[in-house]
Design a protein around this ligand. Structure first.
Ligand code: KG4
Ligand code: ZN
Length: 359
């Protein structure tokens, strides 16, 4: 069984062919980072335009790399939401037109479910399948959610961010300090050069659901710290570095980043990791999870990966490989396999849903 997956919910145009829900025959991702980098975040109008430019060659390349023709496919899966509506529409409409032309079934996939299936697919392939009930922490630029995942892929929301997503906090702090976009990978690589106990950040106790997250207070605390330190000139130096070169190397960033800023970055990253893992652990304990899944762009974070292994979870913790942590289409095709088995097909007039939820 082969499914072509198409993903275009944010700033990556991606296509992939997956066989039997576990073998990735191809995974092509066209990133728009260079387009949005200079604006310090994703510009929705530019994103849709870039998707339009990329969608045909990206799908063609995914099919070619997989040695697959359209007539060899069993279904086409596309992200239907959540995401930027103009971006979602490009991938979804292209998927619909291919389905219409070839008489193939269309499978609509929730982007968040895709992130969870990146881990389901890889762990199955590795011979250590996810056991249910599982607890999933989906942590990306747009989401910070905890879900209970039951056999048959039924989901229950356990907690979520009340303001910024964790990836968004990484991106905003990086932008504030004059680094490029996306900020997560830059902070990840600079943090080991700083002292994570140098700046103490405290988190406000959450009223109501104790498994909800909040990152806006942390972002404001970083802002206050920066204002108190008179850092304008070093921030301006970094902005100038970025103007000269869109993607400076870590060595180039290190050359314009004094120790106190490295300490700030390390402390900030540490605070995010503690916040994520503390709530993930109590969620997993509360539902007696047999596997913990961590997925989404922030799951690439090396500090988070190391901390998760020493966080004393009572069950195994699985992360996707880095290429399947950030947005990709293999996870969309993988999430479609159980739906193909259930013949859960979408009608060709299904609409993209910017605020689609999983539960
Ligand atoms: O899953 P993703 O590619 O897109 C969304 O669905 O949002 O996640 C992108 C987010 C960005 O906020 C980016 O800064 C963050 O993931 N990210 C990281 C790392 N790599 C990507 N955050 C921390 N450490 C990383 N290594
Ligand atoms: Zn994502």
């Amino acid at each position: 069984m082969r499914i072509l997956g198409i993903e275009s919910s944010c700033d990556e145009t991606a296509a992939s062919v997956v066989e039997d829900g576990e073998t990735v025959l191809s995974s092509v991702v066209a990133s728009q980072m260079s387009t949005h980098g200079k604006y310090g975040g994703v510009v929705p109008e530019l994103a849709s335009r870039e998707h339009l430019r990329a969608i045909v060659p990206v799908v063609r390349e995914a099919l070619e790399q997989a040695g697959t023709r359209l007539q060899d496919l069993d279904a086409i899966a596309a992200t239907v939401g959540p995401g930027l509506v103009g971006s979602l529409l490009v991938g979804l409409t292209y998927a619909k037109s291919l389905c219409f032309a070839r008489g193939l079934p269309l499978i609509a996939v929730n982007h968040i479910e895709g992130h969870i299936h990146a881990v389901v697919m890889e762990s199955k392939r590795a011979g250590t399948p996810v056991e249910f009930p599982a607890m999933a922490l989906v942590v990306s630029g747009g989401h910070t959610h905890l879900f209970e995942v039951r056999e048959g892929f039924e989901y229950r929301l356990l907690g979520k961010t009340r303001d910024d997503a964790a990836g968004e906090a990484f991106d905003k702090v990086a932008k504030l300090l004059g680094f490029g976009y996306p900020g997560g990978p830059i902070i990840d690589r600079l943090a080991p050069h700083g002292d994570q106990s140098a700046v103490r950040f405290t988190f406000a106790k959450m009223k109501g659901n104790a498994l909800d997250f909040s990152f806006s207070g942390l972002k404001t605390a970083v802002l206050r710290w920066v204002e108190a330190q008179d850092m304008e000139s070093e921030i301006e130096t970094r902005r100038a570095v970025r103007r000269d070169k869109p993607a400076p190397s870590i060595e180039e960033w290190l050359a314009v980043t004094p120790q106190r800023t490295l300490d700030l970055l390390a402390s900030f990253q540490h605070a995010v990791i503690v916040e994520l893992l503390t709530r993930a652990r109590s969620a997993a304990e509360g539902m007696e999870a047999r596997t913990v899944i961590v997925s989404g762009g922030v799951a690439c974070n090396s500090g988070l990966r190391v901390a998760a292994t020493s966080a004393r979870f009572a069950c195994p913790v699985y992360f996707p490989s880095p290429g399947l942590s950030t947005d990709n289409a293999a996870m969309i095709a993988a999430a479609a396999f159980p739906k193909l088995a259930r013949r859960e097909f979408a009608s060709l007039d299904i609409a993209a849903e910017a605020n689609l939820t999983l539960t």
